[in-house]
Write a protein that binds this ligand. Structure first.
Ligand code: HT7
Ligand code: ZN
Length: 829
């Protein structure tokens, strides 16, 4: 696919004010009639329409048949007049569509996924987000097989047709880009409720789910109502249609999609009850329901001018869903987990061949840019703005943004300008966060002279694969001086000194409170101070980070064959935490986790995988041997408490103590009162590679064989467990696995690649060289999303480097998809 550049943006040559669509749905031969009302947007008479995998049936311009020509994959039509009506008929095969882009079948239903560029697989169109049209959609299908026919907006007509068929016509009055178009036809169970907006509009809320699973949509419905109210209370944003629909489907490439008035969700982010979903699943569902609902304003009412601006809607909406989550069920672990995503996944992305700014400059396959950088780093950038402007200032900026741009397709600069103008501040330097990729390294030096304490902060962003030159960025450095209070230092330049006052003793600095900026910290704090922070800092992130910094020193020494005093300090702090009265179970649950090998990889530029795996085992066994008694006491204290934090802490402790508590793990699994307990015990058995893990996994599969979402948990554990590779053949033959369903392949193969050190063996690479081409032929987008960890091949030891290079080169064939091809090209450059 040719690379597109942000710098080459041109306004469209035509605008389409209205689009009338008719879908005659048939499993393998669906006919789509698209009637566009066109006007010229300049002088160019050539209309160039995007289209992929379409069979063209006919084209008529103002009622006259035309024979179009094809140029570079686009359909080119000469339009002489300033405005015209264009009718295009295409035919598509939804059943053969395993890529799950455009119109496809999920189980027994039809559904669509048009973001980013899927609409061009439905009809020839100006498939770009700055072409906004009013849609009217008529859906025709067999009534017995597809009793529910849905599309965006309001239902205007429905009725019977001959041959057992029926139709429904939907009209969406809000102009929208085609990526927000949706259609669903199926036979679902329906959960209904209603919501009255602040200005008195009664909104019908509908959640469509697979037959027999209606009660499992109740949590999603509660989350939806809470989200609607939250957006009114927090941002003054009301819903704008009479109906809000959510459909849960099992075949879906991502989490969910914010199509106007008709959100389509991956079923795993809708369906939940205590027996089948963990506390974490419940929280994820609420966050994603909120996220998609919030897109109605940040993304739909105000949309992106072009796909380079994706973070305009995604970074902002992730920030909004994070705010929501901390209000809905927030705990001290919420922010810690957000920071972990940045520090493990985003920092790795920025350190590898896919490094890009939150507003990328060049893109070949847009699907590859739905990244942790655009989404999660994008949210961190908005969070910094929120902190800089304060709650009221940020709200004023949001109000101005909607006032100026409602109904428009705009840029990230437009957003920042609204923030700047509403607050009368200059944010031109802040815009650097949109332009620059890479992770700033923030070096902290303490100044302690004659009772005066201060800090010298300096920042440097190392070059990345996409960008050699970097500059300093404005960043907030939130601190606590233990026992003396908190402050936020605004670092503007490459280096700055801050005087923090006079003290009797040198204070202990808690740096980067709340992970105030997405940076790497270099700070030679003493081991004793780190241990003190781990036990006493008031900020949860700082406490977990202090533990990690101690462990980083320890593991670095172990990798060199040396010992380090950090071990004793870490164990002593854990002992202190385990014996003190319990005040925050969520936080302790994080402190009692040994960092994953993936997290440890982020501590070092070169990855000594065997060394890290051994170090992690050694840490686990040190904790077991030295702290068993106190941890077991704490385990006994919390294991029967019916409360979310207690369950999180129990699971962490059980994972740490799995080996000596083998029978306890088994009993906990058998006696589990809910999925959080059952999965926690099963995961502990797998993490400890206990002899009973086979029996427990077999029991789990038997209990939940009818629930695909739960069986994904089983597939994930199969992907993670030691000895996974030799069992792969058998697991793939299990009825729970399905090559065509990305939830299944991601759970098993994606987890194996992302977490299992067995992936990085000769046999692992050999297996992937067979599996990945097969997956790529079925679903390029899902495959491309799995290979991220392999792209880091240059960071591994020589043997693995050779193995990975050969694997990646072998995947580059004439059949490789554009999605995977772009990643391989960058990784091997
Ligand atoms: N905006 C949605 C993105 C999305 C997507 C993108 C590419 C391919 C498939 C997709 N499914 C959903 C999801 C969101 O961020 O809300
Ligand atoms: Zn989103």
């Amino acid at each position: 696919k040719p690379v597109k550049r942000l710098a080459d943006y041109k306004a469209p040559a035509f605008l389409i004010s209205a689009l009338d669509l008719t879908f005659e749905l048939h499993d393998t031969q669906t006919r789509v009639t698209a009637v566009s009302t066109l006007t010229k947007n300049g002088t160019d008479p050539l209309l160039r329409l995007d289209g992929e995998q379409l069979e063209l049936v006919s084209v008529e311009l103002d009622g006259k048949a035309v024979t179009p020509r094809f140029e570079e994959g686009q359909l080119v039509i000469e339009v002489a007049k300033d405005s015209a009506t264009l009718k295009i008929v295409t035919q598509i095969d939804p059943t053969a569509n395993t890529a799950l882009e455009g119109l496809y079948r999920s189980g027994g239903a039809f559904c669509t996924q048009c973001e980013a560029e899927g609409f061009r697989r439905i009809t020839y169109f100006l498939d770009r987000p700055d072409v906004l049209a009013v849609y009217t959609t008529k859906v025709i299908a067999d009534k017995a097989q597809y009793p529910q026919l849905l599309s965006n907006g309001n239902l205007v007509e429905s009725g019977e047709l001959e041959g057992g068929r029926h139709f429904a016509t939907w009209h969406d009055p809000h102009p929208k880009p085609c990526y927000l178009f949706a259609l669903v036809a199926g036979d679902f169970d329906l959960l209904e409720d209603s919501f009255t907006t602040a200005s008195g509009r009664d909104v019908l809320l509908q959640i469509f789910v697979d037959k027999g699973r209606r009660v499992q949509a109740r949590h999603a419905m509660e989350a939806l109502k809470f989200s609607m109210k939250w957006d009114e209370d927090t941002y003054g944003l009301e819903y704008d249609l009479d109906r809000f629909m959510i459909v849960a489907v099992d075949f879906f490439n991502m989490g969910a999609m914010e199509n106007k008035g008709l959100n389509i969700f991956n079923a795993k982010y809708v369906l939940a009850d205590d027996d089948t979903a963990t506390d974490q699943d419940f929280d994820n569902i609420a966050a994603i329901i909120a996220h998609e609902y919030f897109h109605n304003w940040t993304g739909n009412r105000v949309t992106c001018r072009d796909w380079f601006q994706l973070s305009l809607k995604e970074g902002l909406t992730v920030f909004r869903d994070q705010q929501f989550s901390s209000d809905w069920a927030g705990s001290s672990a919420t922010r810690i987990k957000e920071a972990q995503v940045i520090r493990t996944l985003q920092f790795a992305e920025d350190a590898g061949p896919m490094s890009h700014p939150i507003r990328p400059l060049e893109v070949a396959e847009m699907n590859n840019f739905y990244t942790v950088t655009v989404y999660n780093k994008g949210a961190e950038v908005i969070r910094m703005l929120n902190g800089l402007l304060g709650k009221a200032g940020f709200r004023a900026g949001m109000d101005l943004y909607f006032k100026r741009h409602d109904g428009q397709a705009v840029t990230c600069d437009d957003f920042v300008d609204a923030m700047a103008d509403a607050n009368d501040v200059d944010l031109s330097r802040f815009k650097g966060w949109y332009r620059q990729s890479g992770t700033p390294v923030l070096t902290v030096r303490e100044i302690w002279e004659n009772g005066h304490y201060g800090l010298k902060l300096s920042q440097l962003t190392p070059p990345t694969s996409d960008q050699a030159e970097k500059g300093p960025l404005p960043l907030p450095f939130a601190i606590e001086l233990l026992g003396h209070g908190k402050d936020v230092l605004q670092l503007q330049d490459a280096e700055q000194t801050f005087a923090l006052g006079q003290f009797d003793e040198k204070p202990i600095l808690a740096p980067l409170c709340g992970f105030s900026a997405p940076v790497k910290l270099v700070f030679e704090q003493s081991d004793d101070e780190l241990a003190a922070l781990m036990e006493k800092a008031s900020d949860g992130f700082v406490r977990v980070d202090a533990a990690e910094r101690l462990l980083q020193r320890l593991v670095a020494a172990w990798l060199q064959g040396q010992e380090h005093p950090a071990l004793e300090l870490w164990l002593r702090s854990l002992h202190g935490i385990a014996t003190r009265p319990l005040t925050d179970a969520f936080l302790d649950a994080e402190l009692f986790k040994v960092p994953s090998v993936n997290a440890m990889q982020g501590w070092f530029e070169q990855i000594d995988l065997d060394g890290l795996v051994a170090a992690r085992q050694r840490l686990r066994s040190q904790v077991r041997e030295r702290l068993f008694a106190v941890l077991h006491d704490r385990y006994q204290m919390v294991k029967d408490v019916k409360e979310k934090g207690a369950r999180a802490l129990t699971n962490s402790l059980l994972t740490l103590l799995a080996e000596p508590l083998e029978q306890g793990v088994f009993d906990r699994y058998q006696q589990a009162r809910n999925m959080t307990e059952r999965q926690g015990a099963l995961a502990a058995a797998v993490a400890g590679d206990l002899a009973n893990s086979d029996a427990l996994l077999a029991d789990f599969a038997e209990r939940f064989e009818d629930n695909p979402q739960v069986m994904d948990k089983w597939l994930m554990l199969q992907g993670q467990r030691s000895g996974a590779l030799k069992r792969m053949g058998k697991v793939m033959e299990h009825s729970a696995f399905n090559w065509n369903n990305p939830n299944r392949t991601r759970a098993l193969i994606g987890t194996f690649i992302a977490t299992n050190p067995e992936c990085h063996t000769e046999a692992g690479y050999q297996w992937l060289s067979e599996v990945l081409p097969k997956l790529d032929a079925i679903n390029p987008q899902a495959t491309a999303r799995m290979v991220g960890p392999l792209l880091q091949w240059r960071r591994f030891d020589q043997k693995r480097r050779q193995g990975l290079e050969a694997l990646l080169k072998g995947l580059q064939t004439p059949h490789t998809s554009a999605d995977l091809g772009e990643l391989l090209g960058k990784a091997l450059k």
